[in-house]
Design a protein around this ligand. Sequence first.
Ligand code: DGJ
Length: 725
Amino acid sequence: MNIQFDEKQGIFKLDTPNTSYCIGLAEGRWPGQVYYGPRIDTTELAWAMGLDQRPNTPGTLPGEAVSFFDRYPWEYPVCNMGDFRSCCLAVRTEAGEVDFLPEFAGYSIVPGKILPEGLPGTGGGQEDCASLILRQRDPQTGMELELIYTAYGHLDVITRSARIRNGGNSPVRLDKALSASLTIPWKDSRLLRINGSWAREQCIDIQPIGRGFQGTGSARGISSHQDHPFLAVLSPDATQDHGRVYAMHFVYSGSFLAQVERDQFDQLRMVMGIHPETFCWKLTPGETFQTPEVVMVCSDRGLGHMTRTLHDLYRTHLIPNHNRKRPVLLNSWEAVYFDFNEEVLLNIARSAAALGIELFVMDDGWFGKRDCPSGSLGDWIPDPKKLPRGLDHLSRELEKLGMELGIWMEPEMVSPDSDLYRAHPDWAIQTRNRLPMRCRDQYVLDLSRPEVEAYVYQAVETVLRSARITYLKWDMNRPLTNLGSAVLEPDRQGELTHRYVMALYRIQKRLTRAFPDLLLENCCSGGGRFDPGMLSCSPQIWGSDDSDAYERLKIQEGLSLVYPLSAIGAHVADCPNHVVGRTTPFETRAIVAMAGTFGYELDVTKLSREEQEQIPGQIARYQKYQDLIRQGDYYRLASARTGNLDAYLVVKKDRSQALLTAVRPMNVPNSRRTYLPLAGLDPSAVYRDAAKGVSYSGQVLMHLGYPLDFGWGDHQAILAELVRE
Ligand code: DGJ
């Protein structure tokens, strides 16, 4: 197994193909991180457990416990015990004191993966990984802590989570229960975050790390448009293919905190977990709390290796049905918004089907009385004005055209103006003495209540059973506020958002079990809940409501840094673009949307004949490269974020085929030809660019570069296939 314990040295060593993670036990009692970096082949590390013992530097136990913990790289630091940096756990006893000091109490090393209970996690069998459980116990209070690690044998990934069990006699409250902490002994380094806002989600931001706290987080009840549950610490020299990167990614879809702190000794502590601001959890004797999972990657080959590691991990061990082919769809949202009826939809569908589009997705507006974003959420019955013959009839009409029907729902919500709200006003999340704040004129249903969870499941199931529906877009258009549940006991109100997130996973997993052929696409006003947790339920997530090709370059760069392209919902939309008013060439929009699940978000009947004629070719091209895009290795070559060129390459695992995408946002007059050095190819092979009728040596393509001959005008794109001869 790739995890071992050296009893003599008191060292646990977890190995992945290129990294090792070592844990020691200070005084045999406190697990601390000894090493995380390039793979080492020894456990002779007991010496590294000794802290600085220079004159006048306190750090010995037991007389100087505070000074000791103040600098100790504690695996899972607890609060109020002398470690004053960001801690992972705060346990408040019945007496109201924060008091918990766990000590090592044993371990198990087992083959395979230990999945977090009731929560998503990356999977893996005995042949893929091994797991370590470090058991700890507080002899004073009886409280127990288990730290759970999984190390993958074929990927440079270690996952972590924690379980806290009340083994005492009286109830306690967890004020904070993060999932993992990491110590990085670096002074000069940079922090990479992925952040943004609605319509400009997931943009990469890199800053130097100074003294104190830096990080990211969401208290919105969703992972959010603003901040992504991901952090990476980069060495000063780190680039795409060079330098060290430590990354943490949270497999969770609710509020989160991800922080780096550079302490008084210039070492970094990185922590990640559920945001403590709106959280607390009561544990009665015998009860256990399970934290969500953190995925950790250490790469000594820059960001590129981290990216490809995460892609492989999520493709093989997280995303359900990752390998299924995705139909080319047309979504009605930007085509008609709320303004449609059956005839309008079928009219678009007829043209779409003739052009080769396979799936017609009817977005918002088909139910209740919904002609604008107000009203009817919760009343999932077709609007008789718009769909007098119902969903089944629509699906049959589409079937005659050779198309499938997909549908939009926003099941977690209720409109104040709805029959559901009139019947169950207390089902909306709200505090006792105040009406909840409206956002998009809607409230959030309290999924922490079992009867609401059951209703939501049943509402969706009923719609799906009412017609031949093969695709569901599950939308969610507002954050959680006014956190209060009509049924939770006062001392459990802080459990609301976490209970909500767990119920959401249960509902979606139950649905996909009941409808195994259903293609589920999550969405949250675009990419507001694009996270590994949601990806464990649906193989794709709508990337952003911003479908402008240029804006999408930046959004999709951020997403593809951590997610495989097959997870990113991307469509060709209308111009001028509905969000930014920009006009880009139709062909560029189609090339950019290929770095995703590919579809159209426009009224095809309104396109020019010339544009319509391009669609069958675009679809055929997507079909041709779909497998490569879904399964290949991703290399980021240039970024529109930092320059006038965006480029990436997807290389087949055996390096026999590669697909290059390059977009030049602005034309530059009188400029020289650009050669773009490629990556990931076989240097000894010759690659043929059949479209150009030219062959290139792999070595030359990687060192000199591929010649980029862009067309005339702004926002020009190149898509080039290279096939090994
Ligand atoms: C937000 C989504 O991101 C859009 O694609 C669309 O489905 C609207 N909601 C519908 O209200």
